[in-house]
Design a protein around this ligand. Structure first.
Ligand code: 2AM
Length: 185
């Protein structure tokens, strides 16, 4: 029997990544959203998501190997749904996953086209997609002690001209999200 070579440094960590496609706000918009979350939802007693972690998921992909990631990047490179602007104008709470969020009362058609195109691309790469309906949201607070009801917020305009492939990493101090690669719309 031939022994397999030991994994090189980083192989194990890089072999499978927990990935998702997302819209990533510029740092100034992340700071504004964080400040708005502090003002509107801090009283709920939950843990505010840190500014650099704030994003809007387009398609959750889950554990992804290298070949699948290459396929997903190629599919992302073929997507051209066009720029758009979205308005975050509502805040709400979901018992599962016990989180408060900002969302769009009227998601733009181009956002939904982008999600559909990425879902189709991911499906073509063999990704097992979630069946629940898509709900555009930015999670801003986790585990609130006093969950908020649905409330309107002063609308935040978000001009969107790129989307990203991002990674979710669990660390001892919590989950960190990091954009890996961006594509223009
Ligand atoms: P959330 O913010 O509502 O938790 C990375 O985990 C991103 O993908 C998060 O924005 C998360 O949404 C979203 N996501 C969607 N489905 C998920 C799942 N089944 N497990 C973990 N995250 C998921």
């Amino acid at each position: 029997m031939t022994a397999r070579p030991p994994p090189q440094d980083g192989d194990a960590a890089e072999a499978t990544q927990r990935l998702f496609f997302a819209l990533w706000p510029q740092p100034d918009l992340q700071r504004r959203l964080h400040a708005l979350a502090h003002a509107s939802l801090h009283g709920t007693g939950g843990r505010l998501v840190s500014p650099e972690n704030l994003h809007l998921t387009l398609v959750f992909l889950g554990g992804t190997g290298r070949d699948c990631r290459r396929c997903l990047e190629a599919a992302a490179g073929r997507v051209r749904t066009g720029r758009f602007s979205l308005q975050l104008d509502v805040a709400g709470y979901w018992p599962r996953p016990d989180a408060g969020w900002f969302g769009c009362s009227q998601p733009p058609g181009k956002l939904l086209d982008l999600v559909a195109a990425l879902q189709a691309g991911a499906g073509g790469c063999g990704v097992d997609l979630q069946t629940r309906p898509y709900a555009a949201h930015v999670t801003v607070v986790r585990r609130p002690v006093h969950p908020p009801g649905a409330v309107t917020i002063a609308p935040v305009e978000w001009p969107v001209d790129t989307f990203v492939l991002a990674e979710s990493q669990s660390r001892p101090d919590g989950v960190h999200y990091r954009p890996l690669r961006a594509w223009p719309l």
